[in-house]
Design a protein around this ligand. Structure first.
Ligand SMILES: Cc1ncc(C[n+]2csc(CCOP(=O)(O)OP(=O)(O)O)c2C)c(N)n1
Ligand SMILES: [Mg+2]
Length: 377
């Protein structure tokens, strides 16, 4: 009747391929196609510049509250690069880089942060869910999709993103437990950016790594340098291949850092030190990737200037399209019920009358004074 250690037998690996100076570990180099690497670099640059533009638009009162993904571009872009078009993408709210890679028009992203529901409508033909704000609720949607795919023998793998804070939610546990128990084709990517608004990672969980939570669920897990685009692509490719071949889920913990504020409604100086942020700046995934592209793949000042100009023009055109988008306020009644309940139908009619009155008032105000006097006499 011994007392002995029987579990866990797993060991959690850590993967990093590109160091902070942009040097690649030769033994781990996935030797990606240079043309693809250029496209990925452009994708990361586009995401960063879009974030910067969205911050300015918010400060100018041209969009609503915005949550930047600055510093986390490799963590969200890596899995997207590894995915096939028909795989299911289930984001949280800090995966702008992956959304752009998946083909979301930039104006939709701008409209979403501007509070326009049109921005949440997935473009035709994309197996993507929209941005999800209720923390971790998307994990259950992901498990449901993966279960549906397995049931229908659809070869798509579902890739779900969640934050470090999200791992404390019941939804995360239920989703992982079910997905692993049923060996579903899913990959869960934790973006451990060290903060859940003002709550630090150390207070989120006593686990030494978030990846090791996989042990309890009975799936593989790996901790990855989330600011290293190559490591994120490699870990995601492995996890996707395993899921696609019937091996079940993988939990990837991407260790990254939120360089900006939680959202534009937050002041991070109230709860974290400037030294901490300064320590993460050299590990910025974009700077590291640029160094690597310059050293190994012929990126130079002229190439960089051209990319910056292209990306700026693309964003500028999208801002113009987003701001020219005419939405119909009646739309707010149209996308919740297939058949509108009587109470909502009454509100809809009342709102329609109100809008008609506003229109009539505006037309009257636009009428020249003389004409108005004639009409009144
Ligand atoms: C269910 C739920 N509870 C609370 C919130 C408010 N809230 C929004 S983001 C956030 C923190 C999320 O932290 P994390 O999962 O680490 O993601 P991050 O913001 O760092 O990307 C909280 C508590 C919410 N949106 N949904
Ligand atoms: Mg977080």
């Amino acid at each position: 009747m011994p007392r002995k250690t029987i579990q866990p037998s797993n060991k959690i690996e850590y993967l990093s391929i590109l160091d902070v100076d942009g040097n690649v570990d030769a033994a781990l180099d996935p030797k990606l196609d240079p043309a693809e690497l250029h496209t990925v670099f452009r994708g990361m640059l586009l995401a960063r510049r879009l974030d910067e533009r969205l911050l300015r638009l918010q400060r100018q009162g041209r969009i609503g509250t915005f949550g930047p993904g600055m510093g986390q571009e490799a963590a969200s872009l890596g899995p997207a690069v590894a995915m096939k078009k028909n795989d299911w993408f289930v984001p949280s709210f800090r995966e702008g880089a992956a959304m752009l890679w998946r083909g979301w028009p930039i104006e939709k992203i701008i409209l979403w942060w501007g509070g326009n529901e049109f921005g949440a409508a997935t473009p035709e033909g994309q197996n993507d869910l929209p941005i999800c704000v209720p923390v971790s609720s998307q994990c259950l949607h992901a498990t449901g999709i993966a279960w549906g795919c397995k049931y229908k023998k659809d070869p798509s793998v579902t890739v779900c993103f969640v934050g470090d804070g999200g791992t404390s939610e019941g939804d995360f546990h239920e989703a992982l437990n079910f997905a692993c128990s049923h060996t579903l084709p899913a990959v869960f990517v934790i973006q451990n950016n060290h903060w859940a608004i003002s709550l630090p990672r150390e207070m989120q969980s006593k686990s030494a790594t978030l990846a090791q939570k996989c042990i309890a669920y009975g799936c593989d897990g790996i901790q990855v340098d989330g600011n290293d685009i190559l490591a994120m692509i490699v870990a995601s490719r492995d996890a996707l291949a395993k899921a696609r071949s019937g091996g079940g889920p993988t939990l990837i913990e991407a260790v990254t850092y939120r360089l900006a504020m939680h959202t534009t409604a937050d002041d991070p100086k109230k709860y974290r030190t400037e030294e901490e942020v300064a320590c993460w700046l050299p590990r910025d995934p974009l700077i590291r990737f640029e160094k690597y592209m310059r050293a190994k793949h012929g990126l130079d000042d002229a190439g960089m200037k051209q990319l910056e100009e292209e990306v700026a023009a693309e964003i500028q055109a999208a801002v113009a399209r987003a701001e020219a988008y005419q939405s119909d306020p009646m739309d707010s009644f149209h996308h919740t019920f297939a058949e509108m309940p009587a109470s909502l139908a009454a509100q809809s009619r009342e709102f329609e009358e109100y809008m008609a009155e506003l229109k009539a008032d505006a037309a009257a105000a636009a009428q020249p004074a003389a004409e108005r006097q004639m009409a009144e006499s």
